[in-house]
Design a protein around this ligand. Sequence first.
Ligand SMILES: Cc1cc2nc3c(=O)[nH]c(=O)nc-3n(C[C@H](O)[C@H](O)[C@H](O)COP(=O)(O)OP(=O)(O)OC[C@H]3O[C@@H](n4cnc5c(N)ncnc54)[C@H](O)[C@@H]3O)c2cc1C
Length: 451
Amino acid sequence: MKEKRIILIGAGLAGSLLAVYLAKRGFYVDIYERRPNMRTTKISAGRSINLALSLRGLHALQGVGLDQDILKIAIPMKGRLIHAPEGALNFIPYGNNDTEVIYSVSRGQLNMAMMDLAEGYDRVKIYFNKRCTGINFTTGEAEIFDETTGETSCVKAGTVIGTDGSASAIRYDMMKIGRFNYSQSYLEHGYKELSIPAGPGGKFLIEKNALHIWPRKTYMLIALPNLDGSFTCTLFFPMEGGVSFASLNTKEKVRRFFDEQFTDAVPLMPTLIEDFFSNPTSSLMTVKCFPWHVGHTASLLGDAAHAIVPFFGQGMNCSFEDCVVLDECVGRYGDDWEKIFSEYEALRKINTDAIADLAVENFYEMRDLVADPAFILKKKIEHVLEEKFPDRFVPKYSMVTFRRMPYSIALSRGKIQDTILSELAFGKSNVNEIDWNKAEKLVNEKLEKLI
Ligand SMILES: Cc1cc2nc3c(=O)[nH]c(=O)nc-3n(C[C@H](O)[C@H](O)[C@H](O)COP(=O)(O)OP(=O)(O)OC[C@H]3O[C@@H](n4cnc5c(N)ncnc54)[C@H](O)[C@@H]3O)c2cc1C
């Protein structure tokens, strides 16, 4: 019988999970990864050291039996803990029950666990320090540059999947063959990682089981817990302008700014100034492209196909969901890659576009959380509507995070729900003033029952 072989470019989060799915289907998988092996060489895992894992990602991990292992190294976050400028705290639970939580997990540990699982299959081989520099879409040959020897060679499997992240080399070559739609849009904000170290004996110095947010209207700071008691903080901040990364250019300015804006966080950040000036300032962008595949020869998956901004905590979750959908297509079409890629792309593109848009919207929601009374009133109404009409009204955040409905449906229902909330909140300042009969009528008229 013909050996079924596939090449993956990139052994990041999506590539290593996809390898496991393909190995389970009987494929031989060769993965070429540009970085050294992070299990034997100490390297920074790349962007953001911890990530929020939620239902969609967990479901994908469950598909290969990895969910319980990962949950052991994850910290549940039950809601957002909002830090007001004067230090007041306000806890907003994510869901209405204890199961609606998201998990803070180390990117590195997750990636390593998936590589271990992938290499547990004889059919999977990961080649490190091997950077893909190009692909021939006619022959399915990938050009590989060896980062240690400086030599270039060609590898051939007939089918290549680019799981090489937001700056994908495979996508870059797809652009060159024409009739390829591509858009890349930067947010005016970038980000920088900072940290809150653990207290004595690995003590968590702020609430462990929450995602902390310091929303400040045009920017925000967030913090996610790590197993060792520390928190990884991310400052989302304008790149240019009056208050921006560009303007905070001296130690004194940074210190003064943080003292004024993040009063309760500063005493917990002993390396603030050092971190601020030594950690990189990174950009945030959305990448959309189409088509994702070239015949049976190549396709894109994960950030390579759709890089999104991180404000819904869905980039990885969505990439993992890609793996599940691709695997289902393999289940239907065996090794007919043209059919597999066509169907996978048709099923996913509409949904990855939707989560890309939702993620940008959510940035504005997160940073306005405490500042805008109209927004807070709508959140309160939303909470009541969810309790009164659980089979019709599910907040957008919950549809994305705690359900596996297509993102496109979460987007369209979310828009309808926003109009209902605006209509009910119009001219009102308190949740007690809401006309609940009108609410019932609107919900029943505008929202179909969820199945
Ligand atoms: C600040 C920030 C916070 C985030 N927070 C969350 C979150 O809370 N929850 C969430 O779900 N998502 C989050 N994300 C998104 C998440 O990180 C990505 O969606 C996810 O990493 C995508 O996985 P991937 O495997 O497609 O890409 P990557 O993880 O980027 O992996 C790509 C791999 O390909 C390798 N590679 C690249 N080019 C080549 C090449 N030419 N040849 C060979 N190998 C190559 C890279 O070294 C890497 O190992 C966040 C992103 C950022 C920037």
